[in-house]
Design a binder for this molecule. Structure first.
Ligand code: S3P
Ligand code: PEP
Length: 456
């Protein structure tokens, strides 16, 4: 996609927001179910899945490995359902795939989850991505595949340390005990667990190193695997055992993305208004359920009643000390920069390896707006300051772009460079934001849109 030439003037809220918002499907659930559908023992269906750049890249990757993914009419508000026919045995047998190329874009779930699946196919499968994808941590996936006997090489024939690289799949992975350091991303663990049941001996994965971050995402992986009949033992800390066996074909409805609900809920705090999200799941493995604990710490009232989450902003946003916010952190930090007392966010050192170095990006952009923020070893300290308008940079990071939109509600004259980067997980964002603010359909549609087709 060509980033819009002109920055997006973030709408300023002249009064409290009062809106009901429905959010597209969860990125983490959509891409996990797509992977598992490609490995399952029959055709599967995803209802109300996410349609965004990250899901489009996942679909293209699985098609390159031989899976069939078809759009079929469903009842979701944000696009068709998906039917998936798994990767056929011909992708694993003599002849196999030959040479294929997979574009990971900037999607962590594609660059980490797909290489172990590629190793189960026969062929030379080349992985690359956006410029920043080449600096996102990949070492533990590469090391793990090598210890499983899978050959990989960088384009110059050397041992790869990151993208780009080629996986030389032989059609089978023996499996067994492997050790990784997953302190840089929970996705290293999820990637191996998702493929583990299809390894001949299954998998015993051991983590050695500093604590693994974003544990909720590993819990989500395990829950989805168990739901599809895979036996996973996680009773010993830092060890995961996956039994070899089939993955049951399925028909699931994807929950809405509770992390992407965050910016809309944040709007209630930034404008002292009220935002309601219907169909909030009663039980979920999504980290975004933590909004129910996080937002009251920042001064909001939160109620979950009859399946609708209602957030009402207080008179002021209060600063807070909040740990382990994972992918919610940019939205939390955006609110902390609008607070009237200091905040400390901890347990998010690994955000330096996300779409951009998010700790550096947040400090730079908060400072650009006249705010006061500082990096710590494992997070951020944000102190109260009077913000002023500026052009906020996005760094090709959807969550930096939505942080800019939140600041714009409360601070006049905020513009966001490359709002279209929200297409990574929510192409509808500019339109939805305008609708939340009461813009008519024509004015909302005129907001710079973003495409969901995976193009850059
Ligand atoms: O498995 C997943 O779907 C994700 C895991 C997390 O990665 P990290 O462990 O790298 O934070 C999260 O931040 C990311 O947005 C999605
Ligand atoms: C870290 C994120 O994405 P990815 O799946 O690319 O790691 C995110 O969405 O906040």
């Amino acid at each position: 996609m060509t980033p819009s030439a002109a920055p997006w003037p973030a709408p300023f809220a002249h009064g409290p927001v009062d809106a009901t918002v429905t959010v597209p499907g969860s990125k983490s659930l959509t891409n996990r179910y797509l992977i598992l559908a490609a490995l399952a023992d029959g055709p599967s269906r995803l209802r109300a899945p996410l349609h965004s750049r990250d899901s489009a890249l996942m679909i293209a990757a699985l098609r390159a490995l031989g899976a069939t993914v078809t759009e079929v009419q469903g009842d979701g508000d944000f696009g068709p359902d998906l039917e998936v026919t798994p990767i056929p045995s011909s992708s694993r047998e003599a002849g196999g795939l030959g040479a294929v190329a997979i574009d990971c874009g900037l999607a962590g779930t594609v660059m980490r989850f797909v290489p172990p699946i590629a190793a189960l196919c026969r062929g030379e499968i080349a992985f690359d991505g956006d410029p920043h994808a080449r600096v996102r941590p990949m070492g533990p996936v590469i090391d793990a595949l090598e210890s499983l006997g899978v050959a990989l090489s960088a384009p110059d024939g050397a041992r790869p340390a990151s993208l780009p690289f080629t996986v030389y799949g032989t059609g089978a992975v023996p499996g067994g005990h492997i050790i990784v350091d997953a302190s840089g991303s929970s996705q290293f663990v999820s990637a191996l667990l998702l493929a583990g049941a299809r390894f001949e001996e299954g998998l015993h994965l051991e983590h050695i190193g500093k604590p693994v971050p974003s544990l909720d995402h590993i819990a989500m992986t395990i829950a989805v695997l168990r739901e599809l009949g895979v036996e996973v033992d996680d009773t010993v800390p830092n060890h995961w055992f996956v039994k070899p066996g089939p993955i049951r074909a399925f028909d699931v409805r994807i929950e809405q993305d509770l992390s992407n609900a965050g910016p809309f809920l944040a709007a209630a705090l930034a404008t002292r208004g009220t935002v309601r999200i219907p169909n909030w799941p009663e039980h979920t493995t999504q980290v975004g359920d933590a909004w129910r604990e996080i937002l009251p710490k920042l001064g909001a009232r939160v109620a979950l009643d009859g399946g609708t989450l209602t957030v009402t902003g207080g008179e002021r946003i209060t600063g807070a000390e909040i740990a382990d916010t994972s992918e919610l952190a940019p939205t939390v930090a955006a609110l902390c920069a609008l607070a009237d007392s200091p905040s400390r966010l901890t347990g998010i050192a690994h955000l330096r390896g996300h779409e951009t170095d998010r700790l550096a990006a947040l400090v730079t952009e908060i400072t650009r707006l006249g705010g006061d923020a500082e990096e710590t070893a494992d997070g951020l300290v944000i102190r109260p300051a009077r913000l002023h308008g500026a052009v906020v940079l996005s760094y090709a990071d959807h969550r930096m772009a939505t942080a800019g939109a939140i600041w714009g509600l409360a601070v006049e004259g905020v513009e966001v460079e490359d709002i279209a980067t929200t297409s990574k997980t929510m192409p509808e964002f500019p339109h939805m934001w305008a609708r939340m603010l009461g813009f008519g359909e024509a004015a909302a549609s005129a907001q710079t849109g973003a495409r969901a087709d995976g193009a850059r």
